[in-house]
Design a protein around this ligand. Structure first.
Ligand code: 1GP
Length: 235
């Protein structure tokens, strides 16, 4: 699949972590109609073996929708997925996550990169205590910071996607609302701590796409219920 504009219509993505064991019943969730895409990616312990293993397991489960890998380790790139999402961590304290990791991978893989399948995501890591927060050295993000980063992402860097990442905790919906108000042409993704239908609805009423991750592992039954009840298409 060539990465078309189709991703702009996705409302709900499930993110699966190659470093965690996915409960068997979680595979059923992937096939629910509300799931627009499955993303394979994580922060810790990411390898080619566990990433390609998870991609294979998702395919074998009968899931037929878009299957994406979000790349956080250059040695773990799995060919043959529908797209590669590339995080660019705008508020990292370490320029490695803003550009150096990308430059290293581009130098190493050069012509092998299928640019037409790549989508850059401007990440704003808003939970400093999460694995992603600790790894990237992201600090606290105020509402004012978030709005400024939104303008930076859409008008200076002209990134296609802004990802408000609270990974592990449900985020500040006032911050998300301020970002939603400031955005014009950037696609807004929200992820972090969604555990209830109400949280999913709140985030989905502000963001273009919402991501659920941990709940699929921690409570697959509840995750299934949340996804089944999700019919907020926003149009
Ligand atoms: C993580 O944004 C995703 O990258 C989803 O967050 O795991 O907290 O649902 P949770």
């Amino acid at each position: 699949m060539r990465l078309s504009e189709e991703w702009k219509k996705w409302r709900l993505m499930i993110k699966l972590d190659p470093d965690k064991r996915l409960p068997d019943q979680a595979f059923d969730i992937l096939r629910l109609p509300a799931v627009d895409a499955v993303v394979v990616g994580g922060t810790q312990g990411i390898s080619y073996a566990n990433s390609s293993g998870l991609v294979e397991s998702v395919r074998r489960s009968g899931y037929q929708g878009p299957l994406i890998q979000e790349i956080t380790a250059e040695d773990a790139i799995v060919p043959g997925v529908d797209a590669h999402f590339i995080p660019v961590v705008l508020n990292s304290a370490d320029r490695y996550w803003l550009a150096d990791a990308h430059i290293g991978a581009i130098k190493k893989y050069g012509d092998l990169i299928g640019w037409e399948k790549i989508l850059a995501e401007g990440y704003l890591v808003c939970n400093p205590d999460s694995a992603a927060g600790r790894l990237t050295g992201a600090g606290r993000v105020s509402v004012e910071d978030a709005v400024a980063y939104t303008h930076l992402a859409q008008s200076i860097f002209r990134l296609p996607v802004l990802y408000i990442e609270y990974s592990g905790v449900f985020g500040d919906m006032e911050l998300l609302e301020a970002v939603a108000r400031a955005k014009r042409n950037i696609h807004l993704v929200y992820g972090g701590g969604i555990k209830t239908p109400g949280q999913l609805l709140s985030a989905a009423s502000l963001a273009d796409t919402v991501v659920i991750g941990n709940i699929v592992y921690d409570d697959p039954e509840q995750a299934g219920n949340i996804v089944k009840g999700f019919n907020f298409k926003g149009d």
